[in-house]
Design a binder for this molecule. Sequence first.
Ligand code: FUC
Length: 754
Amino acid sequence: MFRIAFFSILLPITGVAAAEQNDLTLWYTRPATNCMNEALPIGNGRMGGMIHGDPASEHIVLNEDSLWTGDENPSGNRSPEQDNYHYDTMGAYQKLADLYIDMPTHKDATDYRRELNIGTAVAATSYKVGGVTYRREYFCSHADNVLVVRLTADKPGALNGVVRLIDGHGAKAIANTEYPFSLFICGKLPNGIDYASGALALPEKGNVFVVGGNLPEKGKVAIVGGNLEFKDCDAITILVAAGTNYVMDYSKRYRGESPDLRLAKIGVASRKINDFGYDAVKAAHTKDFQSLFNRVSVDFGATPAERLALPIDKRKVLQAEKGGDPDLEELMFQYGRYLLISCSRPGGLPANLQGLWNDSNSPAWSSDYHTNINIQMNYWPAESTNLAECHEPLFDLICSQLEPWRKATQADPDFKLPSGKKQGWTVRTSHNITGGMGWMWDSTSNAWYCQHFWWHYQFGGDKKFLRNVAYPIMKETSEFWADRLKTLPDGRLVIPNCWSPEHGPHEDGCSYSQQIVHDLFTNYVEAADALGVDREFRDKIAAMQAKLVGPKVGKWGQLQEWMTDRDDPNDHHRHTSHLFGVYPGRQISLAKTPEFAAAAKKSLDARGPVGDVREWSFAWRTALYARLGDAESAHAMFQQLLADRNTCLNLFGLHPPMQMDGNFGITAGVAEMLLQSHAGEIALLPALPKAWPNGSVKGLRARGGVTVDMTWKNGKLSSARLIADRDGEHRIRTPDGVSKVFLKAAVAKVMSEK
Ligand code: FUC
């Protein structure tokens, strides 16, 4: 029997989850030969690198999150045939540069290992040549705003090589011959974006940083042929910095300070390394990273030693085929958190399709912000896995685009109001960072975006954020839909001319849009209540919410995707848009609408793991099955995600060339298997699969500001510890039923087996 033991412990809310991480290392026995699928990603939220680890010629592909072509394009007032035109003119995210470190004599390396420890956010390559062991370490520091590569050898004076910085757009590197020697690139894209990157090399002899010379001398760096050449060094530390003049501010037409200011970071960091040593910069990086990462730890069981001894590429295949590797599942869960911390930090731009790890100037789908599932999925784990700060770039970007989005929306005849009133905004399926959009309108994506603002408040409870940021957007979007809903002869309301993404025709009342607007209206009413404002409008929205055409069970017991009952049970389309109300929405739940939940499961089972299914589909389906209480199917979807057709060797989602949404989505999906809080109650272990009979989790977050730690044995919850950061009453669901608990801020409540 599981009971709430009525004892409370006074504890500070910080430091909830201890850093009891198992081995969180991706490792390989050969260098990467393909950037997107094999190289290892590092990033500091704004700048990223893909590490290949070739001993003879290290290659790091560099990205900076604001390097985009394109601009605000004339997106409104166009016919659908011209939609592809918008896509092209919107621009694309760009690669910044390539950093090479040539060491040609190292081509016959032995004892090779390449790794990324996602618990410390440090990557490394090690190998032997001629009896000497060489090691490279790489990290991208948010604390110091630089990417760092350090080369060492176990024999003094063994390091010789050339550092080259090659611009992604053909600008030439300029050598700076004043100490410390460095390479700089300044460039301009046709849209007027100024960008700059720089690399600097600090040689070390006998543990002392030394000044360079005109020719490469022993233990020094010199500029030779426009590159940095190092000779007979004991160690060498290479720093890379980059920036653009982009600013997330439409009133400045998205142009701000010169990128040189960003490059100045490289000088600051080099002085720090000179004064305090490499280890100090590395320690500052790991401390900063772990301040976010260590909030959550998971243990799903122990992988047998013989499996653990295999590199990730082999373990991944075995896991997909026969399971049995819980450590790899922990790693995959934490990888999504690692990636989010590495590419989405306050002040920077949000994660796009390929984040900071793109290797092309014409990436797939422009490496854009895709509004009909992808960008939202990127942010699904932000709140539930205790990374609320990493959610902020999404809000900043959306707020910074509203003005051009309003212009484009209001210029389109599809959104004109009969009254002529100009109001509101929505978004096409694809958008950039400068007000430009592409492809078809995804008309209810405005409401989907609002869900994220609401979540940030629901989990974090920041009233100032609700009042000043979330509420105004939620209200404007509610007004947009209140003015545009169509009334059916029977008085019910539908979203006109909408679409179940990438599936079926445009028509009225598609379930996807109905459920998204239902979610918006539900959240809006709660937001107005929380602030005690706009009573009249709040009541109007509440009344409209009640009249929205709701979910319907169709002829084969499925949840209908459209108003007409024409779902095909043999349709394996990748999108599960009509199940939005199950996850990420909350209109349909086991607790409140069991018949619709059963119909949703019927639809989901029919979609199956076959046919037109992508990596992100498996992640979404994991979360959907978790919400539907089907632990085994949720786990099966997770296992499928690790199959070769769905994940790359570097564990990025494989949607050629690669896409990260599935990585974020699976982290969120696994979190839903362990803890749910969408249905007015906190459900502990709602979908624990048989594959994880004994385990624990620390630091997951529930709505209402509750941090939850749990352990389980033989498939049953054995203890739970809840600590809230604000006072509140909560309904707690365990396998034995529901109980009410009042949580006082910062006072832990512990529940245990009786
Ligand atoms: C949506 C999906 C595709 C792809 C693209 C970036 O349109 O349907 O599979 O993920 O976004």
